[in-house]
Write a protein that binds this ligand. Sequence first.
Ligand SMILES: NC(=O)c1ccc[n+]([C@@H]2O[C@H](COP(=O)([O-])OP(=O)(O)OC[C@H]3O[C@@H](n4cnc5c(N)ncnc54)[C@H](O)[C@@H]3O)[C@@H](O)[C@H]2O)c1
Length: 252
Amino acid sequence: MNRLPNKVAIVTGAAGGMGESIARLFAEEGASVLATDIQFEKMNAWVQEARGQKLPIACIGHDVTSWSDWQKVVEKALQLYGKIDILVNNAGVYQPLETTEGTSLERWNKILAINATSAFLGAKAALPHLKKSGKGAIVNVSSIAGMVGGNGAPYSASKAAMRLLTKDQAVEFASFGIRVNSIHPGGVLTPMTENILPADALERSAMMKAMCPLGRIGEAIEIAYGALFLASDEASYVTGTELVIDGGMTAR
Ligand SMILES: NC(=O)c1ccc[n+]([C@@H]2O[C@H](COP(=O)([O-])OP(=O)(O)OC[C@H]3O[C@@H](n4cnc5c(N)ncnc54)[C@H](O)[C@@H]3O)[C@@H](O)[C@H]2O)c1
């Protein structure tokens, strides 16, 4: 229950899904958390409920593609908690079957901005404060789509960019005592996927059995536990790694 004692964490994309699970779990494990998302009202609803349960968590509206928004998020974290130890770049967008032929340049640039450039901006904005932490940690939520093809050109390219951004910054930031790691989820049931998956439970289950050795879709909390390990001091010798959490999907 206290795996992140005295830590301050920023978690993006926290209106629901994995971001909500990560932000909530980090607060339950002792971190003071600033949750961010472009969907402020949705995020604020669960954050207020969590604050009512005495969890140390606050939230702020945030477009992860905006440098000025990133500066406001960092200022807010410092104003609330006085420091920053952990940054989780989790916000992202996905639409199935975005092919090369079917994707405009505008759409390509938008997906790259939300899914990849955001993590660069976040690291840049938080860096001076992560340096001061002495035990800073960045966790980037990429995807197995950044490792194997078949999920659409812009999404795959954006998630692969995040994967190598992670490794490059792991090298660049090591001398500052900052670790940088990525998580690569497979299929996880969240607002992003619930409308993409077959509505029929039996059909959904059959699909997951065919795709995934563990035979089921993942839960957001199963990704959050991976983020918790990578963000915590338990992972003090782990940097530049890619943690695949996919029920075995990419194992074959
Ligand atoms: N669900 C899956 O199966 C799956 C698999 C692999 C990777 N992922 C990745 O996991 C991360 C979390 O996704 P999720 O499944 O919880 O989906 P989700 O849709 O519930 O969460 C994504 C969040 O990002 C926010 N967001 C989108 N654009 C934003 C912007 N410009 N600025 C700020 N916030 C913005 C959304 O409002 C949303 O709350 C994403 O990066 C996604 O690509 C998801």
